[in-house]
Design a protein around this ligand. Structure first.
Ligand SMILES: C[S@@+](CC[C@H](N)C(=O)[O-])C[C@H]1O[C@@H](n2cnc3c(N)ncnc32)[C@H](O)[C@@H]1O
Length: 146
């Protein structure tokens, strides 16, 4: 599989390159995804949309739909819940300022449907944990519904 990674953080990409020297990575934002229309077969967005404010989620999911080839799928991982906070301290205590969202699975699925996806799977792991993990598989249909 020909895979590549995009992240907004050069420091995160340095770790990704260290751990995956055979893959390519570039700095970019999913809110302005610099990929051609219908250019990828699949997307993995692993616990990254948790940092996107609600008002920008439709833009991000529109980009995911745009860059996927018809029939392609996106797998999203996210924190399940219904709250938001600004995180001001990272692991190890270093200062940061990022949005952090916990969202209901239904809300995420509705945003994906509004962007044109069909939902193939909804999984909630660690249901008894403080922050269950949600996973959605969303597919760009081969034929767009009128
Ligand atoms: C919790 S980490 C997850 C990292 C990695 N995807 C994983 O599963 O291990 C969240 C990641 O989202 C990235 N991120 C936040 N906002 C982003 C954006 N607008 N575009 C691209 N990446 C973003 C952060 O830099 C960070 O690397």
């Amino acid at each position: 599989m020909d895979a590549f990674g995009i992240d907004i953080s050069p420091a995160m990409l340095a770790i990704a390159r260290r751990d995956n020297p055979d893959l390519s990575f570039s700095v970019g934002s999913m809110t302005e995804l610099a990929l051609a229309d219908r250019s990828v077969g699949g997307i993995l967005a692993s616990f990254s949309v948790i940092h996107i404010p609600d008002e920008h989620i439709p833009t991000v999911f529109a980009h995911f739909h745009r860059v996927l080839r018809p029939g392609g799928a996106a797998l999203l991982g996210f924190h399940v819940g219904d709250r938001h906070k600004i995180k001001t301290e990272g692991y190890g205590g270093h200062p940061m300022k990022v949005h952090l969202h916990w969202r209901p699975v239904d809300r995420m699925a509705a945003w994906l449907r509004e962007a044109g996806f069909t939902i193939e799977a909804e999984i909630v792991g660690n249901q008894d944990a403080k922050a269950p993990a949600g996973f959605l598989v969303a597919r760009r249909p081969v034929v767009t519904q009128p």
